[in-house]
Write a protein that binds this ligand. Sequence first.
Ligand code: XIL
Length: 317
Amino acid sequence: EPSLRELAAPTGLRIGFASANDFWTLPDAATYQRLAAREFDILTPENQMKWDSLRPAPDRFDFEAAERHVAFAAAHGMQVHGHTLVWHNQLPAWLTTTRWTPDALEGVLEEHIRRVVGHFRGRVAVWDVVNEALDEDGRLRESFWYVNLGPSYIEKAFTWAREADPDAILIYNDYNIEVVNAKSDALYEMMVDFKRRGVPVDGIGFQMHVTHRGLDYGSLRRNLERFADLGLSLYITEMDVRIPGEPDMERLLQQAEVYRRVLQIALPQPRVAAVQFWGFTDRYSWVPQSFPGQGAALVFDRAYRAKPAYYALKEVL
Ligand code: XIL
């Protein structure tokens, strides 16, 4: 029976997953890798390209773990989706506990982007250059970067990334921007402005961390359309569909329906380049940690058995 990636390949859509930390050392590493290699053709390291992983000290870069993810992807004909160059979370303490002048901090960020993107040049196809820079009301988040550098850090990050790898696809990634709302409106305006001024942004990542109750699908379609009309590439970057409590069959079928509807909208939108899940087995998922009482958000269960969501995706493909 053909896999997700095999079914999607003729349509030009890539199907992806976030790869777990040190997945090659998991007790079930063989099963994990066999399934990942079979089902997916784009890989995002879930954590090991973040600052706290790549940048143990101001003057030291550690690419070892990240390289394992890249090697696995290369061995199995997958693209790598790098995550992430500028974010307010998972920053090393040496960075956040220092009092920086704006110039000094801007220098650190520029060096980071140039070094990391340059290191993976030609091997990381897509970069989440800026992650989660917006608040729910559409204002810029008062993050570590914003507070210290002001709003210009966003466009500068894209410019440095483009210089370091002119062929990489550079995207802005965020959550709660899937439908038309204050946050996606603000992002839309930012993209109009960036396009007009020639800021090198190529695409948008819609994280798609949602619940079994789904979302407004008409609004999702219209929202993708307006970003597509700006000439941007679109990625569903981190999809999972969490369920409260112990999942029963009714909830699993509701969850399958959410996966189905999202793919039904993404697939015919020619600008959507990939649909990527934030993991693939419920055994390794960020959801229970981050949303206590919720879980079972992915398309394979804890024992690597395909769930209704997996078959729903296949029906659409
Ligand atoms: C999460 C990882 O899944 C966890 O393992 C980690 O502890 C925290 O970060 N949006 C993002 C991702 O852009 O980087 C986050 O990943 C999930 C939300």
